[in-house]
Design a protein around this ligand. Structure first.
Ligand SMILES: [Fe+2]
Ligand SMILES: [Fe+2]
Length: 322
């Protein structure tokens, strides 16, 4: 073999075993899972890692940005404020537990690989939410038993009815009704309560506000998945469209009763403790254009209810039924 031929052979071998050129030949456009009309490509674990674990949650400690402090001493020492704080977190926990348990069960009967993988990310999100709120109550001195008792106490009757409804759909492996009830109606109508918490605690415990902000960002992604999936189902034919429309109406009605019950139970206490700390709370604008110091309990109830109903309309539009 003359030298020219030997050098050609070597060139071929170099090309054949080049990691770089092999890597460039990989086909990222080839879908790993079968194409689903609802899937815009943002629902897989890689996206979750880039958006959540490697970005938003970087430098956090149990959901709190490490640079953000709290709570203020008043949260720990003022009995009314302290009990509102505990009730508030316990109310979140009632829902996070239902979410954690049911979303992980739904992986086993989700109809396609894309949904299964997304629900795995949602399960870890919900478990994280559950953990950070339990941690926060432990951080302020509650024992696990005290926390469990309070969560039980904060699970009001209509709320329990809604959670039972989700449990029932999941136990019967009814994917569409379960997703509609949990990811669209429950998570989608609750946005105004997250906004309320974030603002309400912004001066007294900015750290809790930062925890809730991060939880809220996850919930928005859960709602986006629910809306995209249900919108695709609603387009699949008139019988399914009517079924979804009827279920949405039924779930919405029950959820309204849950909100009435929660607001009725809590708003007076929130108002009273805000009034007692008017020097830091009065200027907060929970509702755009309305300072806390100028609002009555009735105003707050009305504004919250308006926001909740408008969120429901947003959800209906997103699933093509608005
Ligand atoms: Fe959650
Ligand atoms: Fe969620």
């Amino acid at each position: 073999m003359d030298t020219e031929v030997i050098s050609q052979v070597n060139d071929t071998e170099d090309t054949l075993y080049s990691l770089e050129s092999g890597h460039e030949m990989l086909d990222r456009a080839n879908p790993a899972f079968s194409t689903q009309e609802w899937d815009n490509g943002t629902f897989d674990i890689q996206n979750w890692l880039e958006r959540t674990a490697q970005k938003r949650l970087v430098d956090t400690d149990y959901g709190r940005k490490k640079s953000i402090l709290g709570p203020s001493e008043a949260v720990l020492t003022d009995p009314l404020l302290n009990s509102v704080y505990k009730m508030d977190i316990a109310t979140f926990l009632t829902a996070e537990r239902i979410s954690m348990v049911n979303m992980s069960k739904m992986i086993s009967f989700a109809p396609d690989e894309n949904s299964q993988v997304f629900l795995a990310t949602q399960s870890i999100d919900e478990a994280r939410h559950y953990e950070v709120f339990c941690r926060r109550l432990a951080d302020i001195g509650m024992t696990p038993v005290q926390r469990q008792d309070l969560v039980k106490e904060m699970t009001l009757p209509k709320m329990k009815q809604f959670y039972d409804l989700i449990d029932e759909q999941v136990d019967k492996k009814q994917f569409v009704p379960a997703l509609l009830a949990h990811n669209v109606v429950l998570e989608g109508m609750v946005y105004p309560l997250y906004r309320y918490e974030i603002k309400y605690w912004s001066k007294l415990d900015p750290a809790l506000s930062s925890i809730v902000k991060n939880v809220f960002a996850d919930e928005v992604q859960h709602v986006s998945f629910g809306e995209a999936f249900i919108a695709r189902e609603a387009k699949s034919g008139l019988p399914m469209r009517n079924k979804i429309l009827n279920l949405a109406g039924e779930f919405h009605q029950l959820m309204n009763e849950v909100f009435d019950e929660v607001i009725d139970h809590a708003i007076g206490l929130y108002q009273a403790s805000a009034d007692m700390h008017a020097e830091v709370m009065a200027d907060i604008e929970i509702f755009p254009g309305h300072k806390m110091g100028n609002l009555t309990e009735e105003d707050q109830t009305r504004l919250l209810q308006q926001e909740i109903q408008s969120e429901y309309q947003n959800r209906l539009q997103a699933i093509g039924l608005g």
